[in-house]
Design a protein around this ligand. Structure first.
Ligand code: 5GP
Ligand code: ZN
Length: 113
């Protein structure tokens, strides 16, 4: 999708801080870190949101998540991690290429919630 920010990241047109990559999935640091290590996980195939996500792409996306989460834990040493996904502007989605937020949690003063 030519006007999609995350497709531009995948194409290398927009730089990103890579956390993980395989044939189907890419993970990178969110430009606006809610907490240190806030990561976005996206399928390489452009799907707008969960309603547009086919089962094969969903399976590939979620299959990568445990390794990415363990990598975040090793790198940033959080106490826990929230996983979020917004679908539709009414539900606070702002980039319409489906993505999971992996938000490391540190303590009550980590700035999230
Ligand atoms: P949403 O609000 O759609 O659930 O989340 C979109 C996320 O994408 C936001 O947290 C926002 O900070 C992040 N984002 C938007 N543009 C860019 C960008 O160009 N690079 C990176 N790394 N993150 C972005
Ligand atoms: Zn896209």
């Amino acid at each position: 999708m030519s006007d999609c920010i995350f497709c531009k990241i995948l194409d290398g047109e927009i730089p990103s801080a890579k956390i993980y990559e395989d044939d189907d999935v890419y993970a990178f640091l969110d430009i606006s870190q809610v907490t240190e290590g806030h990561t976005l996980v996206i399928p390489k195939k452009h799907c707008e949101d969960v309603f547009d996500l086919d089962e094969d792409t969903a399976a590939k996306l979620f299959k990568a998540v445990p390794n990415i989460a363990r990598g975040i834990r090793s790198a940033f040493n959080p106490q826990g991690l929230n996983m979020l996904n917004n679908n539709g502007s009414f539900a606070d989605q702002s980039v319409f290429h489906v993505h999971l937020h992996l938000i490391p949690r540190y303590d009550e003063s980590d700035g999230f919630k």
